[in-house]
Write a protein that binds this ligand. Structure first.
Ligand code: FAD
Length: 416
């Protein structure tokens, strides 16, 4: 069997794989990417967060992405029963990027993959990892192309950015059940001809449909708008019919946008994703590191997926470079614990969202601007800034704030 020798094998050409590949390549190492599918390919995850711009910048991707003319995103809007909560990233507490993009992922991911290919990193499409054998930190990976031809790749290190493919966790039994409640999404791309009806037509908007059920509206620059309902699987069971019929019934039942999306053309048949939360027992091992969705994915509500994917890859790439240069790396402290700081901060916000605690905060009257700016930083993806009390005390701060707001409202109601 044909065997190729590289320093680093990257599995998957999504945002995680390409960011890691670019940074390791820039340090002078021989890198190769194997990707199961042919790009462009569909994947969900279309709203980015400003924090990912730091990783995209270091990877050398920003100019290529800018050239695509994607819809810029400067904040996020939450809507509930006619009330609006508006976050502008320019107001955030943590110094950093205050904008990013809303992207059709097929085009965005292809831009990243084409950029790494132009840098000189081979990207082998329609090539799947089928087996990996480790010998200490060295490894031999067997891959299979679409015609069934097998070959081997010897590597000094593997970066697994295979997303929902979960290559190394599956091969080495590292998958663990997620503690997140299972949820379901029903979504579509719409040909949004009545977009101008919206007060802010190009703005990403999250609509609270009912407790535990929410909707994303993500307009793209090409006139398509992504629209998805997310909730407990039980919520969807009360509706009958095909996915398209159910989605159209749900759209008609939401007064915030029923007119805009009435009879809207769907760019593809509605899709369903379920029980996406996943985690692994460890994010690294001898000769490999997991980055992106392979590590832990929680929930789409705060658009954290691509940010965690790119930041984990940025962090891991530097540790891989140091390892290959013969330096000691404390993978547990410098990678696993660091990433879990960010993941756990988002976890607290996801939990608070589904508990309704964030409804109390987001839709409160007379919000304190400084507190709002701190929460805004989390929504911008700056979940490693321990100077931000709403990061440092993420497990308690939101509940305390919601209680204060509720008490204040009770006192005000008593007085009136
Ligand atoms: P991916 O983008 O999935 O890339 C992994 C690549 O690995 C794929 O191209 C795959 O083909 C390849 N691969 C798999 N197996 C193999 C194999 N055996 N060999 C070779 N290659 C392989 N995130 C956001 O940031 N914003 C959002 O708005 C958002 N919305 C979401 C909505 C829903 C309903 C869900 C479920 C998720 C959402 N996400 C969102 C999360 C987002 O989809 C992921 O976090 C993101 O795509 C992770 O990027 P990645 O590079 O880790 O993986």
């Amino acid at each position: 069997m044909n065997t190729e020798q590289v320093d680093v094998l990257v599995i998957g050409a999504g945002p995680a794989g390409t960011v890691a590949a670019s940074i390791v390549h820039q340090a002078g190492f021989k890198v190769k990417i194997v990707e199961k599918q042919l790009f462009p390919r569909f994947v969900i995850g279309e709203s980015l967060l400003p924090r990912c711009m730091e990783a995209l910048t270091e990877a050398g991707f920003v100019d290529a992405v800018k050239a695509q003319g994607f819809q810029e995103k400067a904040g996020a809007k939450f809507v509930k029963d006619g009330k609006i909560c508006d976050y502008q990233f320019a107001d955030q507490f943590t110094p950093g990027w205050n904008w990013t993009w809303q992207v059709p992922r097929a085009d965005f991911d292809k831009t990243l993959a084409d950029t790494v290919a132009q840098m000189g990193i081979p990207v082998h499409y329609e090539t799947s990892v089928t087996n990996i054998v480790f010998n200490g930190t060295d490894s031999v990976t067997t891959v299979e192309d679409k015609d069934g031809n097998q070959s081997q790749i010897s590597a000094r290190f593997i970066i697994d950015g295979s997303g929902y493919g979960r290559v190394i966790p599956k091969l080495f039994n590292l998958d663990r059940p997620s503690t997140q409640v299972p949820r379901k999404a029903l979504f579509v791309h719409t040909v949004d001809k009545k977009r101008s009806m919206a007060d802010e037509p190009n703005r990403i908007t999250i609509v609270v449909h009912q407790p535990g059920v929410w909707i994303w509206i993500i307009p793209f620059a090409n006139g398509i708008t992504s629209l998805g309902f997310v909730g407990n699987p039980e919520f969807f069971k009360q509706y009958e019919g095909t996915d398209e019929e159910i989605l159209r019934e749900l759209i008609a039942s939401q007064p915030y946008f029923s007119e805009r999306f009435a009879d809207v053309e769907f760019a593809f048949a509605p899709r369903v994703l379920e029980s996406w939360s996943a985690t692994t027992s460890k994010f690294y091992g001898d000769g490999f590191v997991l980055t992106g969705n392979v590590t832990e994915f929680l929930d789409p509500i705060f658009s954290s997926g691509v940010t965690l994917a790119t930041v984990s890859s940025q962090t891991a790439a530097h540790l891989v470079i140091r390892t290959l240069n013969g330096e000691q790396v404390d993978w547990d402290k410098e990678y696993m614990q660091h990433m879990m700081q960010g993941v756990n901060t988002f976890r607290s916000y996801v939990t608070a969202w589904y508990e309704g605690v964030l409804d109390t905060i987001f839709f409160a009257d007379n919000q304190d601007p400084r507190t709002k700016s701190m929460i805004c930083s989390v929504l911008a993806g700056y979940v490693w800034d321990l100077d931000n009390p709403y990061v440092k005390n993420h497990e308690t701060a939101l509940h305390k704030l919601a209680r204060t707001i509720t008490l204040r409202d009770i006192v005000a109601a008593d007085k009136s």
